[in-house]
Design a protein around this ligand. Structure first.
Ligand SMILES: CC(C)(COP(=O)(O)OP(=O)(O)OC[C@H]1O[C@@H](n2cnc3c(N)ncnc32)[C@H](O)[C@@H]1OP(=O)(O)O)[C@@H](O)C(=O)NCCC(=O)NCCS
Length: 169
């Protein structure tokens, strides 16, 4: 199947917001999504972007029945490991169901890996839900390893009232 991968721009924000929601629905966690198209426009495509996206497009003849030609994305940002140095964190990797199994996911992840190496990064980090067995298998098939299993690390978060409380002097 013919497809292209490129850096996303401001005009892609609507499709990125749509696919973020599709991924959350796939993970049955859609009620956690608070982000809006406007947030993405402001935070991803202004002077100092907080994140970057690479997006996959198919030619018009392969558009979905809803008319979409943007059919997958990888969402990432640069981070830093106090052990390993420069790193990249891939927040999302998503391919619309009708386009899976055709090499799109691998191409997107490979693009992020290329960008990581070009920026001098030593690691590509990401999380995957326990119940998302197909994606876990996909990542394992790409040579990735499970940090929780090997080092016992858990991905933690502080938000809302706990974050405000923590921030009090
Ligand atoms: C995971 C996902 C991004 C993979 O994208 P894809 O386009 O379907 O995968 P590809 O066609 O590029 O597959 C690439 C390789 O991975 C392998 N692979 C894909 N799915 C696999 C699976 N479930 N188990 C084992 N290997 C798998 C393919 O066989 C292929 O291997 P090859 O290069 O040796 O032929 C896609 O299925 C997806 O969007 N899933 C739902 C959303 C999701 O779970 N995202 C990840 C959240 S953490």
């Amino acid at each position: 199947m013919d497809f292209s991968v490129r850096a996303a721009n401001l005009e892609d924000s609507k499709d990125i917001a749509r696919m973020i929601m599709e991924l959350a629905e796939y993970e049955k966690l859609a009620d956690h999504v608070k982000i809006t198209q406007k947030d993405l426009e402001r935070d991803g495509f202004s002077k100092n972007p907080f994140f970057h996206v690479v997006i996959t497009e198919v030619p018009e003849q392969h558009r979905t029945k809803e008319g979409h030609t943007k059919i997958g994305y990888a969402f990432y940002y640069y981070s830093y490991s106090s052990w390993k140095g420069r790193s990249i964190y891939m927040q999302d990797l998503y391919v619309m169901p009708e386009f899976r199994g055709k090499g799109v996911g691998k191409t997107l992840m490979s693009k992020v890996a290329q960008l990581a190496l070009a920026a001098g990064c030593h690691q590509l980090n990401f999380t995957v839900a326990d119940q998302n067995k197909p994606s876990m298998d996909f990542y394992l098939s790409q040579g990735c390893f499970d940090v929780t299993a090997s080092l016992g690390y858990h991905y933690m978060c502080c938000e809302g009232k706990a974050l405000e409380h923590l921030a009090q002097p």
